[in-house]
Write a protein that binds this ligand. Structure first.
Ligand code: ADP
Ligand code: MG
Length: 587
């Protein structure tokens, strides 16, 4: 085929594909335009996850009537005029592509009025073809209405995720901007229901509270640091508050939400050794730097940026986070038994680590290990496991490092991870209960007082989708406002668990990309709940609790792994021990 210039509709659809990947990209571009127009209040209306309607109204400066037709032309912008401007961009937009791109794949209606104009004007563009400019009555500001997105690009429609997922992406996006611009009032309405509402009073912690609830907002640590290149402000979670993925680590560069793996790595490293492996902080970090030090023109959606001095920047960020952490966190110290310490205490009883044995309990008192007679226990010989078990009968020896149980079996020594073991026990119990009560609700335990829990809109939506299932597990949770839930009861099995933690479990870790079979989701969810409810490493277990756990584990169908597949126990055979001690094999 000969080389030909593409017809303009084709060329513009190709270009649009880079900017407008999904409904959330439309929302992003329209919000950025409103913010660039200095809006104080932005209302975002979304229907059917944006496929039917996305409408963004602002009270910003508006567009002069004669410029409205230009606004929807490609490469038409009021924000830069020359190439050099690209290196000192202080607005969110600058490419002059968004409105044209959106208009080429939807039916777009732009209504705008400036303060000077006596009336507003309206322009409709369908599949890239603009109609005539019409005078209309309108308040000062701009409203962009986008209907039937991708109606003329069926291939794009096919690649959209479920409506639930697309809605969630919009929630997350608006949430980010609401946090970055606390002085702007944001209202997000999805399918006629308020999903997010901020006050616009400029208080970031108030926005945090609206999203995560007062309790979490109060706990977040403030970051405030500055050097010659960058100012870092914002919030990071304390060590006691973490997530199982990086999804709640948000970064903003000159108030633009950016995705940058290096930034989040820098922060994770600042937490290094303070957080458990596989746990991540919640962060909202705002980096302000002179526009010349960051290139925002590297990606069509402007979600990625390039820094002039990345290494220096990461070091500054890390220092800022580390300092905030250390300022608020007492360094976790393990009190080692020392003779001097014992002397200095001069006879005062000190709490210390404990080592429990089958015959008695060793306690560290006054810097000395002492054996104390064991507390008498109700002698309740555990019933022999009814099902044949894959593990031999184990005899409890004790607890080590408040993390492992030590047990003896006929063929050697077993080290059992108390957390993994308990996870397995809870998991099988819940699954069995569900099988036994097929279709019925599991027993639940009412809370003395209902507890209200706030979640960020995207998480709230996830939770809402799982409510019927949660109910079947014995939760009693009801929606109570756009992102607030009232917990009235927990599954009887989870009595004592923090309601907020229980709900967090449901929304954590959820794979946004898949819509798995409900049965799979349920098993995963149950596994996660068990993980949260299980005893932790570092928790003291009474000898009775240790024994019960050991017995329960042996009664499990798959006692050797936790529901996530990690081993619950390590076996050191007599044979191995003999080799290690040189009793055997080494001749
Ligand atoms: P860019 O934002 O990169 O300039 P857009 O296609 O998003 O490109 O918008 C084109 C132009 O239309 C903007 O430069 C701006 O002048 C005008 N415009 C778009 N949306 C608004 C709005 N909400 N309020 C005021 N002006 C707007
Ligand atoms: Mg724009």
């Amino acid at each position: 085929m000969p080389i030909r210039i593409l017809p303009p509709e084709v060329a513009s659809q190709i270009a649009a594909g880079e900017v407008v990947e999904r409904p959330a990209s439309v929302v992003k571009e329209l919000i950025e335009n409103a913010l660039d127009a200095a809006a104080r209040h932005i209302v975002i209306r979304v229907e059917e996850a944006g496929q039917r309607l996305i409408e963004v109204s602002d009270d910003g400066c508006g567009i002069p009537p004669d410029e409205v037709p230009l606004a929807v032309e490609r490469h038409a912008t009021s924000k830069i005029t020359q190439a050099e401007d690209l290196f000192r961009i202080s607005t969110l937009g600058f490419r002059g592509e968004a409105l044209a791109s959106i208009a080429s794949v939807s039916r777009l209606t732009l209504t705008s009025r400036t303060e000077q104009a006596t009336a507003g004007v309206r322009l409709q563009v369908e599949g890239g073809r603009a109609g005539a400019l019409q005078p209309v009555g309108a308040p000062v500001g701009t409203t962009v209405r986008v209907e039937n997105l991708f109606y003329n690009v069926p291939a794009r429609l096919k690649f959209l995720k479920s409506q639930a997922t697309e809605r969630r992406l919009i929630d997350t996006l608006v949430t980010r901007y609401a946090l970055a611009f606390p002085e702007v009032r944001f209202s997000l309405i999805q399918d006629g229901r308020p999903a997010l509402q901020t006050s616009g009073d400029g208080d970031r912690r108030a926005v945090l509270a609206a999203l995560y609830g007062v309790e979490i907002a109060r706990q977040m640590l403030e970051v405030l640091a500055e050097d010659d290149e960058v100012q870092v402000t914002g919030f990071i979670s304390p060590l006691s508050l973490s997530r199982s993925n990086r999804r709640e680590m948000s970064f903003f560069v000159n108030r633009r939400p950016v995705q940058d793996a290096a930034l989040s790595t820098a922060v994770v490293q600042a937490y290094h050794t303070l957080l458990m492996v596989g746990r991540f902080p919640i962060t909202l970090l705002f980096l302000e730097m002179p526009p010349q030090l960051v290139d925002v023109n590297v990606h069509p959606t402007k979600a990625e940026v390039r820094f002039r001095h990345p290494d220096r920047l990461f070091a500054s960020l890390q220092r800022a986070v580390r300092r905030a952490l250390l300022a608020h966190t007492p360094v976790p110290g393990v009190e080692l038994p020392s003779w001097e310490a014992g002397q200095a205490q001069n006879g005062k009883q000190r709490a210390g680590p404990e080592w429990r044995t089958i015959s008695g309990e060793w306690r560290l008192a006054r810097g000395e290990w002492r054996e104390e007679p064991r507390q008498p226990e109700a002698a309740s010989p555990s019933e022999p496991a009814s099902a044949p078990s894959a593990t031999p009968l184990l005899r409890l020896v004790g607890q080590v490092a408040l993390t492992y149980l030590v047990a003896e079996g006929p063929d050697g020594l077993y080290l059992i991870d108390q957390h993994a073991a308990h996870e397995r026990v809870l998991f099988e119990r819940l699954m069995a209960q569900r099988a036994a009560h097929a279709g019925q609700r599991l027993p639940s335990q009412a809370l003395l007082q209902p507890v209200s829990v706030n979640l960020p809109p995207a998480n709230a939506r996830l939770l809402e989708e799982q409510l019927p299932f949660l109910e079947s597990l014995g939760f009693q949770v009801e929606a109570f406002g756009p992102a607030t839930f009232l917990v009235r009861a927990l599954p009887a099995m989870l009595t004592g668990m923090q309601p907020a933690a229980a709900l967090q479990v449901v929304v954590e870790d959820f794979e946004e990309d898949e819509t798995p079979l409900q049965a799979e989701t349920e098993a995963r969810l149950i596994a996660r709940i068990c993980k949260r409810a299980a005893v932790k490493a570092g928790q003291v277990l009474s000898p009775q609790e240790q024994r019960t756990l050991l017995d329960d584990l042996q009664a499990c169908a798959s006692p050797r792994t936790c529901p996530h597949g990690r081993p619950t126990m390590i076996h050191l055979s007599v044979d191995l021990l003999e080799r290690q001690f040189g009793r055997k094999g080494a001749r």
